[in-house]
Design a protein around this ligand. Structure first.
Ligand code: ADP
Ligand code: LRH
Length: 485
């Protein structure tokens, strides 16, 4: 039935894709119809996203999707970044990339001014120097910000270009640092701290709402029927990925593992204790009013940047991973949550410097360096999930690892070993799956989210990794070396 076909636009930091999904009560089948590279732009005023190129990729993908006559289209992307529009709706400059360094000095100054405890009590967000609130503080007084009428987060900007309707989808809005963690509305106090007027922020909408239908030009350029709805989904990619975790129990933890590793728990309510703040945990919004209690870990960015430095791409991974598997275990370890790894460039050298500083041997070759990174990531997954359980008083019996990292067998197995828990890996395209099931649920409101999760489990069956016997003490010792849980 064509009414059960939906299109997902999923923009990741490393690539964008358009996926068509057929979703019914007992069916979930995905087809990737288009994939395109996402290459940031280095301009004189810093690191930006090529939003025009991404929009072209979206249109090309929707053209391929149009053959399937989707009932609606949903858009998700990474969090925090935004475009500014003037009163006529024109974009004021290219959106900055969250890895741009312009917030480095501003972010601590805002925290100092507002007070770390006060900020956390209001927004419940982990400190990341690139949170939208800090990006806006860095832009204070600029001609662009003075000329701005509306701020749109990137998925909302693309939806605006398709429909002409501005708005702010709430899961992504919850990553800005400007949403009140208690009321889930824009916070006047936080907006004041960022130095921006409340009128800049769009009206909030929720996953499942209809944003609008296509404007004539994007309908023509995409080949989609002009009556096709653009639906609000969990437009924060991590919220979509968590929505697609194929859990069969409530006692699960997750790692959404792609460019970033986002490790944590799905909770009914935020945890904003002093201990949660000190451990830098975030309370972002998920589907169905859930809270994503998690922490950002540098993730496969560390691997991506090593590959880039070596002039290689993902196609080199199978060979390099075999070399990593053969390298000596626990030879060197890094803190994979360290913000020093945020900016691009020179990753192998930066890791080498970190190891020298901490009196550890530098890896002998690429395989050994990759082993150091992957073991360190597994330890960070363990530390983050164990702390999340302690801080929330919850217990878990399985960890779901979703996203591109699910293709990395070493990382999946080592995460299971480090945690002493089974890891269920996949779906690789969890974000697109989550995007599609939110649209499907809006069309079939009778189906519960837990039922959909079981449907994902049967149709996109994850691969299960049991912790290997006899490895626990070595992982405990490695965690202790880094001072981790
Ligand atoms: P994004 O956050 O950009 O959406 P993805 O979820 O697409 O990221 O994950 C991308 C990552 O998946 C790559 O950085 C790479 O480490 C991993 N990956 C891709 N292909 C393979 C592969 N064949 N084997 C192991 N890992 C892979
Ligand atoms: C992952 C992600 C993450 C954010 C970061 C900016 O793609 O959305 O949840 O913290 O990008």
């Amino acid at each position: 039935d064509a009414r059960d076909v939906f299109a997902a636009v999923d923009l990741g930091a490393s690539s964008g894709r358009v996926v068509v999904g057929r979703a019914g009560l007992d069916e979930l089948a995905l087809t990737e119809v288009h994939r395109f590279a996402n290459r940031p732009l280095r301009l004189p005023d810093g690191l930006h996203w090529d939003i025009g190129g991404l929009y072209q990729g979206v249109l090309e993908g929707l053209r391929a999707a149009s053959e399937y006559a989707p009932r609606s289209v949903g858009i998700d992307s990474w969090a925090v970044d935004y475009g500014l529009l003037d009163a006529s709706g024109a974009l004021l400059g290219l959106p900055h990339h969250y890895r741009d360094s312009r917030t480095d000095a501003v972010a601590p100054a805002v925290v100092e001014r507002v007070g770390a405890a006060e900020l956390y009590a209001r927004n419940g967000l982990q400190y990341l120097s690139f949170n939208t609130i800090f990006q806006l503080a860095a832009a204070a007084g600029s001609a662009q910000l003075r000329g701005a009428d509306t701020l749109l987060l990137l998925p909302d900007l693309l939806a605006f270009w398709l429909t002409g309707v501005p708005g702010a989808e709430v899961t992504n809005a919850s990553t800005t640092g400007l949403l009140d963690v208690a009321t889930r509305r824009w916070s006047p106090e936080l907006l004041e701290a960022a130095g921006v007027p409340a009128s800049l922020m769009g009206d909030l909408c929720a996953p499942g709402d209809v944003i609008g239908t296509l404007l004539p030009a994007p309908a023509e350029h995409s080949g989609l029927d002009a009556a096709t709805a653009v639906a609000a989904v969990a437009s924060h990619d991590t919220a979509s990925a968590v929505a697609a975790v194929p859990a069969r129990t409530e006692r699960f933890g997750y790692v959404s593992c792609g460019t970033w590793s986002l490790a944590g728990l799905e909770l009914d309510a935020p945890v904003t204790s002093e201990a949660a703040r000190a451990a830098n945990f975030t309370n972002e919004l998920g589907v169905e009013g859930t809270t994503r209690f998690l922490r950002n870990i540098m993730g496969l960015w560390l691997v991506q940047e090593c590959l880039r430095d070596w002039g290689l791409d993902d196609s080199a991974l199978p060979g390099l991973l075999a070399e990593a598997a053969a390298a000596p275990p626990f030879a060197a370890l890094i803190d994979a949550g360290d913000p020093r790894y945020l900016p691009p460039g020179g990753m192998p050298a930066r890791i080498g410097a970190h190891l020298r500083e901490t009196g550890q041997p530098e890896p002998a070759d690429r395989g050994a360096l990759l082993r150091c990174v992957l073991e360190s990531l597994a330890l960070a997954h363990r530390d983050t999930l164990r702390r999340a359980c302690k801080l929330s008083g919850r217990d878990i019996e399985v960890v779901h690892l979703v996203g591109g990292g699910a293709r990395n067998e070493l990382l999946c197995q080592w995460s299971a070993d480090a945690l002493g828990l089974p890891v269920e890996a996949g779906p690789v395209e969890a974000t697109a799956v989550g995007n599609i099931i939110v649209q499907a649920r809006a069309a079939h409101p009778g189906v519960s989210h837990a039922e959909l999760r079981r449907l994902i489990h049967t149709t996109q069956r994850p691969r299960r990794y049991e912790p290997a016997a006899g490895t626990a003490s070595a992982w405990d010792a490695a965690a202790a070396r880094l001072g981790l849980e």
